[in-house]
Write a protein that binds this ligand. Structure first.
Ligand SMILES: Cc1cc2nc3c(=O)[nH]c(=O)nc-3n(C[C@H](O)[C@H](O)[C@H](O)COP(=O)(O)O)c2cc1C
Length: 365
């Protein structure tokens, strides 16, 4: 399947012009009250202009106490809708599908930012908490969090997004419920993977009950996170559970799409192949991680991905989708000069943030 092939979401009818996805990227450019800044809109608009079929926003918090970083835009209040409409109108005019990545940081939401003790599935060691520990969510917290997620999804629909991606990857609250080490609950929200995924499944059901029928609902997962207790075996089971929920897409965050499973080292399959070979009727699959050039993109398609997600390469090369179908497209690799990054619609704040990523920004200019 060529990368320039179009795609139509079966359930919602949305048309996507090609198989390229801008994966979620936190960029710390927004305002302290959670309203979105023009810098954050401009950065995504430039990638939409570059031809991405789907544009995902930075992770955005569904509850005030779920914020992960300074400068993160929020979707926890109607106050945010006006700015978000501005973003979605801009993206729509550029012919892309807009997806908001919604999340709650759980024990990774700093008390310094939120003013409350971070919560998680269980009481865990937590460097973001003044006491050094998160608190275990009580039943009423869980109910409140589920409605915070679905209210936020409804707000996204009202703001004109085509859909949402639930951030179930990278160790934030949803993954904290999925992981055996962070979720040691003995009630219905903990135990085997079926029970540990109940929080995520109830969120999906609650969202479906509130948003319009043609609103795209997808989930991003990390197939393996050793330090919180997520392994390939459980992730395959989770993907089966998600497939039965009738999702519009599953997004695998692989970090390196060309690596093998860490928890199943004797199996030669690459991460995406685990999913495409084990699950019949898998929803459309986005896969992301270490794709830079046309060869990488084509080999990920050969592994069975329906969409190719990219992050770092699109920071420096916003027109990546226009060139990736060329036989041997080899965009320049990092580090990049700050003047180049500014020339492709990164604000000073975003460039500064990228200095914290190893070997990404070349100079102080
Ligand atoms: C600056 C930056 C911010 C990121 N922020 C997020 C985020 O908000 N949510 C998320 O799921 N992943 C986030 N990621 C991870 C990317 O979506 C992607 O999975 C990862 O960078 C690997 O893809 P790549 O090799 O194409 O960069 C971020 C990555 C970068 C470089």
């Amino acid at each position: 399947m060529p990368i320039q092939d179009c795609f139509t979401f079966t359930r919602t009818g949305h048309f996507v012009k090609n198989r390229t996805v801008l994966a979620a990227m936190t960029n710390k450019q927004s305002n302290a009250d959670g309203t979105i800044s023009m810098d954050e809109i401009d950065w995504l608009a430039r990638r939409a202009e570059g031809g991405f079929g789907i544009i995902t926003t930075a992770a955005t918090h569904v509850s005030k106490d779920g914020q992960g970083w300074d400068g993160e835009f929020g979707v926890f209040d109607d106050l945010h809708i006006k700015g978000l409409k501005n973003m979605t109108n801009t993206l729509r005019k550029k012919g892309t599908i807009s997806i908001a990545q919604i999340f709650h940081g759980g024990m990774r939401s700093p008390e310094r930012l939120t003013g409350v003790t971070p919560l998680s599935a269980s009481r865990n060691k937590c460097s973001e908490s003044f006491s050094g520990f998160s608190r275990a969510a009580m039943e009423e917290d869980i109910m409140r969090l589920i409605s915070d997620f679905s209210d936020a999804a409804l707000r996204c629909a009202k703001s004109g997004f085509d859909g949402i991606e639930l951030h179930g990857a990278h160790g934030y609250l949803i993954s904290q419920f999925l992981g055996t080490k962070t979720n040691r609950r003995e009630d219905e929200w903990g135990g085997e993977i079926n029970a540990r995924s109940k929080f995520l499944i109830e969120i999906i059901r609650s969202i479906k009950s509130k948003v319009p029928d043609n609103f795209i609902i997808g989930v991003r997962i990390s197939p393996e996170i050793n330090n919180i207790g997520i392994n390939m075996h459980d992730s395959i089971k989770l993907a089966k559970i998600l497939t039965n929920e009738g999702l519009d897409f599953i997004h695998l965050s692989c970090w390196d799409s060309f690596s093998r499973s860490i928890s199943e080292p004797n199996d030669s399959r690459l991460i995406t192949e685990w999913f495409t070979s084990s699950i019949p009727n898998l929803p459309p699959l986005i896969s992301t991680g270490a794709v830079w050039n046309s060869k990488d993109a084509n080999s990920l398609i050969a592994q069975g991905a329906d969409f190719i997600g990219v992050a770092r390469v699109a920071i420096a090369h916003p027109d990546w989708p226009k060139y990736v179908s060329e036989d041997n497209y080899q965009p320049q690799l990092p580090p990049f000069t700050s003047s180049h990054l500014k020339s492709v619609s990164l604000s000073n704040k975003f460039v500064d943030y990228m200095r914290s990523w190893d070997n990404f920004v070349l100079d102080g200019k």
